[in-house]
Design a protein around this ligand. Structure first.
Ligand SMILES: Cc1cc2nc3c(=O)[nH]c(=O)nc-3n(C[C@H](O)[C@H](O)[C@H](O)COP(=O)(O)O)c2cc1C
Length: 318
């Protein structure tokens, strides 16, 4: 047993969410996380509707447990993706990169739960006002798209918990039981992990991407795209060094966009080119040193959290 409020809301055994991850979180990983007692979220950001339907069917064949779909609201067809996901059996929709007000009501009318990803306290408040069931607050330690305020998980979680009544889930820099206990201590009701799950057998990306995550040192990630108001954290490589140099020299958004071009994430995740492709990865990648099954990640996280809580209780009886 390791239950918090979000376990009842989302119908899961453990308060651990698989963050939606474009090109990484496909059917195998989602089903494995849900089957192990967490909440698997399909990273649908780069997927077509038929691909989403196919993945959701595969997930349903592998698990009876709840799972969801993450849809970045910057997608112009976000509404269609949401509808297709619900029709294909998703009972939880995770939205990110957009205003939660737009679709939350429509999703909830259909009996689904809504999770929204916020990058600051104001985003957490807006999520609550929109009627979101669970808000994920993500610090800029996290891999992938970041908030422009560059708030850390440690500083932001207690502020968000104080500001809203809905359950808060902490994301960014968490990969094990130590991170889970820390998040709970800050007032969160659970954690969302991304980077840790890249280094799993079930994750979809090219083996070179998993290797890049295992090898990245503590300071081996960087943020590019600050000047485009779309900061993203990824492994430092030839591509990111070029972008950073251009940003430092004051390149215009148009010049940067042309330099970055299309499909850099596909280039890494599908083609395995980790120098010219983008390998989204959080700072905690420096701590991830082995490829495990998703079940091992979840079970070890819970058992480590339990033993930490027990040992902390010892502080009171000395
Ligand atoms: C490879 C990768 C891809 C990601 N893609 C998405 C995405 O499509 N949508 C989204 O909301 N978040 C995305 N994220 C963020 C994760 O869902 C999660 O919140 C984040 O990874 C948590 O921080 P951590 O990397 O420190 O574990 C991505 C993160 C990574 C590492």
């Amino acid at each position: 047993m390791f239950k918090t409020k979000i376990c009842d809301i989302l119908g899961i055994e453990y308060p651990i969410l698989l963050g939606g991850m474009i090109w990484v979180g496909r059917s195998n990983l989602v089903a494995a996380v849900s089957e192990a007692g967490g909440l698997g979220l399909l990273g649908a950001g780069g997927m077509t509707i038929p691909e989403i339907e196919q993945d959701l069917q595969e997930i349903r064949e592998k698990t009876q447990r709840p799972f969801g779909v993450n849809i970045p609201l910057v997608r112009p067809d976000a509404e269609d993706l949401i509808q297709a996901s619900i029709q294909a059996g998703a009972r939880v929709i995770s939205t990110s990169a957009g205003n939660p007000k737009r679709y939350t009501g429509k999703i909830k009318e259909q009996g689904c739960k809504v999770i929204h990803v916020a990058f600051n306290v104001s985003g957490a408040r807006k999520s609550q006002e929109a009627g979101v069931d669970v808000v994920v607050v993500e610090g800029f330690e996290a891999g992938g798209h970041n908030g422009v305020d560059e708030l850390t998980t440690m500083a932001m979680v207690p502020q968000a918990v104080r500001a809203v009544d809905i359950p808060v889930v902490a994301a960014g820099g968490i990969c094990d039981g130590k991170g889970l206990v820390a998040a709970l201590a800050l007032g969160a009701q659970g954690v969302q992990m991304g980077t840790r799950f890249i280094a799993t057998h079930e994750a979809a990306p090219h083996p070179n991407v998993k290797k890049a995550v295992l090898e990245v040192p503590d300071n081996g990630t960087c943020i590019t795209g600050r000047s485009l108001s779309g900061p993203t954290r990824a492994v430092r490589n030839k591509l990111s060094e070029r972008i950073l140099a251009a940003e430092k020299e004051g390149a215009s958004p148009e010049e940067l966009m042309e330099m970055i071009g299309e499909g850099r994430s596909i280039r890494a995740c599908v083609e395995g080119d980790c120098e010219e492709g983008t390998v989204y990865c959080g700072q905690i990648g420096g701590y991830v040193d082995s490829i495990k099954s998703a079940r091992e990640v979840i079970e070890e996280t819970i058992s480590e959290a339990k033993s930490i809580i027990e040992s902390l209780q010892g502080l009171l009886s000395q």
